[in-house]
Ligand binder design. Structure first.
Ligand code: MLT
Length: 311
């Protein structure tokens, strides 16, 4: 099959696809604006993307298109409604990068509590500020609120158990779990938790859900971690809550993210007081990218072998 890969993809798995007889066009430089033209030229049957958005024009660019694979968990970057009307299947690779995202979430929780990034910055600037950094609360016995107990939320819960955190969770689709005490109201969770981490998809129903009302419900001084999607959070409300209520946040994702490396990236939320930011790296481990690519290749092969896509 002819496959256009519009993002970086592990070399080994590109070779596997070639060995299976597929024709691969690898163009990681493509973005939302250039993908439609590239697809018009290439007439691929499958498009594989990680960060590159697939809009209606990319879907319409070639009648050959049968399948779009999102090499990750979220598929909010694909115009799935348009794909549906055009009979183009869309697949994601859920579960494949959950451990990587959960590991980052734990890292961010520890970073917030011990202020690890500030410690490092001060030492690099030649300052010894032990008094300032001796105020961590510690994690043991504190309450972690997990919103979204899917693949990633469950991996976070398992790791948090080892830290002795008391775990409560909210998930509209999960009534009981051996990993957490479920609560039936998200604002109830916000009131009870010392640390909140969100693991939910970005949909029309969840966009900007984390707003003034949510941050108002949180305990003063509590931590808020978002490794899911920037669009879930009303960033100006978070900035205000962090500045005025002593909430501390760690974000891996932002409402506006550059696709490629950018020499300048100035965003009010990443430069705000009491907010740490990382570069949307939750899924960016070798292990996770290998697992994602393996599943993407399996999906390709299923289509190639059956000639149809039945999921
Ligand atoms: C995901 O949706 O799984 C991640 O955001 C993927 C990524 O960063 O590549």
């Amino acid at each position: 099959m002819k496959i256009l890969i519009a993002d970086k993809f592990p070399k080994h798995w590109v070779e596997v696809l070639k060995e299976k007889g597929h024709e691969i066009i690898l163009n990681p430089a493509l973005d939302e604006n250039t993908l439609p033209e590239a697809q018009k030229t290439e007439q691929a049957e499958i498009i594989i993307v990680r960060s590159t958005k697939v809009n209606a024009s990319a879907i319409d660019a070639a009648p050959s298109l049968k399948l779009v694979i999102r090499a990750g968990a979220g598929y909010d970057t694909i115009d799935i409604n348009h794909a549906k009307t055009k009979g183009v299947a869309v697949c994601n690779c859920p579960g494949t990068n959950s451990i990587a995202v959960a590991e980052l979430a734990m890292g961010l929780i520890l970073s917030l509590d011990r202020r690890i990034p500030d410690n490092i910055i001060d030492l690099k600037a030649g300052k010894w500020n032990k008094t300032e950094y001796s105020k961590a609360k510690g994690l043991y016995g504190r309450t972690l609120g997990i919103i979204g107990l899917g693949h990633i939320g469950r991996e976070v819960a398992k790791r948090a158990q080892a830290f002795g955190l008391k775990i409560i969770a909210f998930d509209p689709f999960v009534k009981e779990s051996p990993l957490a005490q479920m609560v039936s109201d998200v604002y109830d969770l916000a009131k009870k938790a010392d640390i909140i981490t969100i693991h939910v998809p970005n949909t029309a129903g969840t966009k900007h859900f984390y707003d003034e009302k949510f941050f108002e419900a949180m305990k003063p001084g509590a931590y808020f971690i978002n490794t899911s999607r920037g669009g879930l959070v009303k960033e100006d409300a978070l900035i205000k809550a962090c500045a005025e209520k002593g909430i501390r946040a760690a974000l891996d994702v932002y409402e506006k993210e550059p696709k490629a490396d950018a020499k300048e990236f100035v965003d009010p939320v990443t430069s705000a007081v009491n907010i740490y930011g990382t570069h949307h790296i939750g899924a960016s481990t070798e292990q996770a990218q290998d697992a994602v690519a393996e599943v993407a290749v399996q999906i390709v092969q299923e289509l190639a072998d059956k000639g149809t896509f039945l999921h």
